[in-house]
Design a protein around this ligand. Structure first.
Ligand code: ZN
Length: 371
């Protein structure tokens, strides 16, 4: 009988995805109403690539109107209360169940966020900050009360990050114009003041190798020193330079660097995100672009990481975001361990008490029996 060697069998895999960075609408709709369909078209619709099945199981939208100033009024398009209420309304009775609450440290107040969490329990699983859109340096003290709130509620914070802007491809033409507000080093400064709070740098420092490297190096430095909890999402990292010419080099280099860092394997620090439905994810071929991005990332991981590829893909597409945003079991297990200790303590205490007071207890028992 001929037996196929194991390595010739190919296993089809079901790959679940969390898109940890989405919004309620594209930029074109800034200031006008959002439609849940703008992003729902990407969710819970399994598709295949090379025999594997991919399903986007969860998305965490945040209000785009609350992230940017309206140039005409000089105020955010929507304030902290209205913006976050609006995003809940948009996704009422849909499969989107979790949201990030946009915070406006310069224009709002943490009390608005406290009220929001009170009025809508279990809806917001994290806070979202846009230092660039709301023109406030990411290391400003105005963020601190919100970070205290995040610590108290054990929720992570997503920060728009961009190290420097560039204007044109190819790379030689990029203009190194450092961001005033949202550089990884500024986010790190703030994160060090709040070392218990997970900080996710959206866009991993921004598109382009210099920017991605900057964010990755910051993550590694913080992990080495153990002075902050830094993560990054993949939105706008390795975008299609041209629609038909995907460039995955920056993403792969980032994963390699994190995997072999001086602080050990840090591939749990990076998670999938898209910023959908912004830009190409609101165009006519949005679904195709979205799926293409997932397929390209998966293909590049498969091509570069051999037997580790499946593990890395699972972490980046699903497990890392799950751990950061839904670490309830971790908290629960801590509580359970605490309760178990209390239980054991109570039993030991009771045992000592029984031994010490054996005669009295027996007497009391007898007395109870008598009555
Ligand atoms: Zn965004």
């Amino acid at each position: 009988m001929r037996i196929n060697p194991v390595n010739t069998i190919s296993f089809k895999r079901n790959i679940n995805i969390i898109d940890a960075h989405t919004h309620d609408k594209p930029l074109e709709k800034m200031g006008s109403n959002a439609s849940s369909f703008d992003v729902l078209k990407f969710m819970n619709k399994p598709f295949e690539s090379n025999g594997d099945t991919f399903t986007v199981k969860k998305m965490f939208p945040s209000s785009l109107d609350a992230c940017f100033y309206d140039e005409l009024t000089g105020k955010p398009y929507l304030d902290e209360s209205k913006g976050n209420e609006a995003v809940l309304k948009t996704f009422e009775n849909t499969d989107v169940k979790e949201f990030l609450a946009v915070c406006q440290p310069k224009d709002g107040s943490v009390e608005n966020i406290e009220k929001l969490f009170k009025n809508h329990p279990n809806k917001f699983i994290g806070l979202k900050f846009h230092p660039e859109g709301l023109k406030l340096e990411a290391d400003s003290a105005l963020y601190d009360p919100y970070l205290e709130f995040a610590k108290e509620h054990k929720i992570p914070c997503l920060f728009h990050s961009y190290n420097s802007k560039f204007y044109e491809h190819p790379k030689e033409h990029w203009t190194l114009d450092k961001s005033l507000y949202s550089r990884p080093e500024q986010i790190y400064t703030l994160a060090k003041r709040h070392p218990d709070v997970p900080f996710i740098m959206a866009h991993c420092g921004g598109t382009g190798d210099i920017n991605v490297e900057e964010a990755v190096n910051t993550i590694i430095t913080s992990a080495k020193k153990g002075d902050a909890k830094l993560y990054a999402d993949l939105s706008w990292v390795s975008i299609d330079v041209k629609e038909d010419e995907p460039f995955m080099g920056d993403l792969i280099n980032a994963i390699k660097k994190l995997k072999n860092s001086e602080a050990g394997d840090l591939t749990d620090r990076i998670m999938f995100g898209t910023d959908a439905p912004i830009d190409r994810f609101s165009k006519e071929n949005a679904v195709e672009s979205y799926r293409g991005y997932i397929k390209n990332i998966h293909k590049a991981i498969k091509e570069n990481f051999g037997t580790d590829a499946d593990d890395i893909a699972d972490k980046i597409f699903f497990k890392n975001a799950k751990k950061v945003y839904f670490n309830k079991s971790l908290k629960q297990s801590k509580t359970l361990v605490g309760l178990a200790f209390l239980g054991i303590g109570a039993l030991v205490g009771a045992g000592i008490y029984i031994v010490k007071n054996k005669d009295n207890i027996c007497k009391n028992l007898k007395e109870i029996k008598l009555f």
